[in-house]
Design a protein around this ligand. Structure first.
Ligand SMILES: *Cc1c(COP(=O)(O)O)cnc(C)c1O
Length: 391
């Protein structure tokens, strides 16, 4: 029986993705990438200043609706600085899903703070707001405008929601919780460029949000990231901190604090400008791919394709299937069979509390995240997968 279902699953994959080999998410350079890169090299402005950086920031702000976008070297650096700007200090705790990419928790460690892992639910694959509320009611106390962990006595300063694989999490619920429990919110929208929560672009719902343009994301700058905010003072601080905190002067090197060299080089922004021009086309291609998978997996009753939550629009960065309850023990067989057949499929991230550097971090019960991890498989989702084919 089990092998029969894996054969049908493989056939469904093949009917959409072609014969293979197929990458999980290959970037597509079908626009002005080459032209802008050559322009950049010819100008000699390949490094830390140049017109493409300003242009990329302006276009990002325009696309997302954020008042300000600050381009940086990668999404992890963006998170690090956003957390610092949220007031995260050494020995604070920061609430973060256990089901996320390791970068989210690393950025907390860079601040000298402690990740505090929270649970996820299967509809959005994001933070379980109901479970989190119950947990906070029991385990924290709010005093003098600050939230304290009753057990460790440390300040819980912030909450980092993440929009898993591009599916928006319940931001209304989380922002209400954050307000009630005096938590700063930094939205990790690394995976969700082009995703909207109730019509608002992800990464712009809280005071600070971040994007990533790593090679496997919806669009890429090679490596890159951005900080999003509607607050002009925070934007000014973000730019200052990520550019070595240099005080503008025609020739003097004066730095008024210890900043970071986190700015995005012009050559990366050149790639980004070309990629952004094609973002609407890429997003449309990814929706078509989701539809094609939806049709193909329809008859495979052993799996369920993850779809955009109600009231949201997902960018469908990475499609995922969830094995039906009871089939958890088939996960690794599915991974083996699909990878053997040339389809790059991957499990969810190893839950962070089970990684050595985070083993001692505080956490709530993570039953939802564990259930997702045991059943989830990401399937090939690159924008070029259907080629020019219409659905
Ligand atoms: C990709 C990613 C990041 C980090 O981005 P980099 O640009 O690779 O540093 C952070 N959080 C999540 C959830 C990601 O998927």
């Amino acid at each position: 029986m089990a092998t029969d279902f894996i054969a049908r699953l493989l056939e469904a994959l093949r009917s959409v993705a072609g014969p293979g080999p197929v990458a999980l998410h290959a970037p597509e350079f079908a626009g002005n990438e080459r032209r802008y890169l050559i322009e950049c090299v010819d100008s000699t402005f390949v490094s830390s200043v140049g017109p493409f950086v300003d242009d990329f920031e302006r276009k990002l702000a325009q696309f997302t609706g954020a008042k300000h976008a600050i381009a940086v070297v990668n999404g992890t650096a963006a998170l690090h600085v956003a957390l610092r700007l949220s007031g995260v200090q050494p020995d604070d705790e920061v609430l973060v899903p256990a089901l996320t990419f390791v970068a989210t928790a690393n950025a907390i460690i860079y601040c000298g703070a402690h990740p505090h892992f929270i649970d996820s639910e299967p509809v959005t694959l994001g933070i379980d707001v109901v479970a989190l509320r119950a947990y906070l009611e029991k385990n924290v106390v709010v005093e003098g405008g600050r939230c304290f962990n009753r057990h460790t006595r440390r300040v819980i300063r912030a909450l980092v929601p993440m929009h898993t694989f591009g599916h928006p999490v319940d931001m209304a619920g989380l922002l209400a919780l954050a307000d009630e429990f005096q938590l700063q919110v930094v939205e990790d929208a690394a995976e969700s460029l082009g995703s909207y929560y109730r019509g608002v672009h992800t990464g712009t719902l809280a005071r600070l949000g971040i994007l990533s343009f790593n090679g496997n994301k919806v669009i890429t700058t090679g490596g890159g990231g951005a900080i999003l905010t509607n607050d002009s003072e925070l934007a000014r601080r973000a730019k200052h901190l990520t550019t070595t905190a240099k005080v503008p002067h025609r020739w003097e090197y004066v730095h008024d604090e210890s900043g970071y060299n986190y700015r995005m080089p012009n050559i990366n922004a050149a790639l980004g400008c070309a990629q952004l021009e094609r973002l609407p086309v890429i997003l449309a291609a990814k929706r078509r791919l989701f539809s094609a998978y939806d049709t193909a997996f329809g008859p495979v009753s052993e799996v369920e394709l993850v779809r955009e939550p109600d009231g949201c629009r997902s960018n469908y960065w990475l499609n995922a299937i969830l094995l039906r309850a009871g089939l958890e023990d088939q996960r690794d067989s599915v991974l083996t069979a699909t990878n053997d057949a040339g389809f790059m499929t991957r499990p969810a991230w190893r839950l962070l509390h089970r990684l050595a550097p985070f083993a001692a971090c505080p956490r709530m019960k993570l039953l939802g995240a564990e259930r997702i991890e045991s059943r989830l498989i990401n399937i090939p989702s690159g924008p070029a997968l259907l080629g020019g084919r219409e659905p």
